[in-house]
Design a protein around this ligand. Sequence first.
Ligand SMILES: NC(=O)c1ccc[n+]([C@@H]2O[C@H](COP(=O)([O-])OP(=O)(O)OC[C@H]3O[C@@H](n4cnc5c(N)ncnc54)[C@H](O)[C@@H]3O)[C@@H](O)[C@H]2O)c1
Ligand SMILES: O=C(O)C[C@H](O)C(=O)O
Ligand SMILES: [Mn+2]
Length: 567
Amino acid sequence: MNSNQTFRVALRDEGIITSPRWNKGTAFTDEERRQFGITGRLPFRVNSLEDQCARVYDQLKTHESDLRKNAFMQSLKAQNWVLYYAFLSKHLKELMPIIYTPTEADAIAQYSHLFRRSEGLFLTLPHQDSMEEDFLHHVKGRDIHLVVCSDAEAILGIGDQGVGISTAKAAVYTLIGGIDPAKTISVTLDVGTNNEDLLKDPLYVGWPHERVRGEVYDKFIDKFVQLVRKYLPHSLLHFEDFGVTNAQRILELYHDQHAVFNDDVQGTGAVTLAALMTAVGVTKTRLADQRIIVFGAGSAGLGITRQLRDAMVKTDNVKREDANKRFWLIDRFGLLKQSLGDKLRKGLDDFVRADDEEELKAFGKEKEVTLLDVVKAVKPTVLIGCSTAPGTFTEEVIKEMAKHCERPIILPLSNPSRLVEVHPHKANEWTNGKALLATGSPFPPAKMPNGKDYNIAECNNALIYPGLGFGAMLSQSRILTDTMIIAGARRLAALAPALKDPDEALLPDFGDSPAVNLEVAVAVAEQAFDEGNAGVPWGKEEVRKRAEEMRWHPIYGTYVYDPHGEV
Ligand SMILES: NC(=O)c1ccc[n+]([C@@H]2O[C@H](COP(=O)([O-])OP(=O)(O)OC[C@H]3O[C@@H](n4cnc5c(N)ncnc54)[C@H](O)[C@@H]3O)[C@@H](O)[C@H]2O)c1
Ligand SMILES: O=C(O)C[C@H](O)C(=O)O
Ligand SMILES: [Mn+2]
């Protein structure tokens, strides 16, 4: 919605007041109140959006806990989209942690108890026979560009929650990426849960059944993806928080059929690549020179590793096999090495180390090679955590790393905050301020030995996925290629404060994320043109102008009643 834009709206009376897309509350003008038959439904005074934001802020302050604030914001979203997004835009940095990570993790964990009103589409396995009908009820006649879905098996680091997350991720697309909320849908794919607490809870609102796997699961997902392909062929399909056995597999299955994107794999890979591009700029080295430990070889760990490897190959001109050797992946059974045999998950082959490698042979085949062992043996320059295991980057590990490395690059990325592998303030203290740090959740600045603040970059995929998605939608690319993602990451890195001042943050601030993501989107769309993937009838030189035009702004337009207008 842009200012001075006029909309022809077909809803009247209660219909327009209860539609979050059109409702303006006290901001309906006298003329609109008359036309839409709502003069008697509103108190006298006409407020500006500005006044409404001030009122919302006063109301928000009356809620003490972050979880209550999250619930309050959720109900605002259900009432009035423009006000919700305008208010959030004004206080972006303060409120991102309320509507997104880390508070959203608690809101999802308590979803059934906080439940007030459903949002988005719920496709549940026992109702799969009516899936097409249910889907069409929700999308028919709508110009949908973006579908965000989740089966909620691996919500952040808190595991199986049965239902949740896609609505928060979709809201961030609008808030940061500028995607019109009317053009997005969020979908819960409910295939059951293995979370015993939820199964026992009489108030659990999802399908109280053991999580379905195998062929039945695959068919259910396929049915959904084929509906998206059939009815929304030009949409971007975003997968969020699928379990590790499904995330990469589903991505690969549909990669050639539709514009699909897995945020935990690709979004996390992209934002981490950007943080490392900046960090190696600070240390004046190349990405391909790093020795990188990835602790937690799940969806995020493998996504990050592949993205970094591909970037080494493409930007530093090293061979793929050589780039593979820059990584040491560690999971529950220690370092991934050949002798682990069946314990190794599929898809990791490129990064499994040989037991007889020079640095490892002292350990022998039987020993589980721990993080500390690897740090001692390998002398890493980069340590990335995506393990969901809090506190695992111990003082001993961090100090050992710092012994061999002037500026250790340490990225404890697990979310929410309480699952972080090391508190960034501790890592800063244990390295005497030498560590280059970024975390998955927001943390306040650390103190440097000279008393100055060190801003901890928030290396969360939300800093880049809205721009990646917007770039793909803008160029109407049928696929989102790795090179498009690298182009987005490079643009993000180019905007990082640390490039100007090495004592500054490794990534742009979330407060600047809307402007930053516009740049990311432009880079991604331009790359789509270069690769011949753009599906729009205009040329590359128009990308920026089109991006600016396509961005949705939370501003009220003027409404005219028209029985044949929009609903
Ligand atoms: N910052 C971000 O943008 C971002 C993005 C995605 C995921 N994450 C976070 O990363 C974490 C992992 O997410 P995921 O989607 O990859 O989950 P996942 O379940 O796919 O992967 C987690 C991996 O860690 C391993 N692991 C668990 N405990 C371990 C331990 N003690 N030592 C070593 N490995 C261990 C598991 O076996 C698994 O392979 C979560 O906390 C999530 O919030 C952060
Ligand atoms: O949701 C987030 O904050 C980032 C990421 O997608 C995650 O799963 O942790
Ligand atoms: Mn996620």
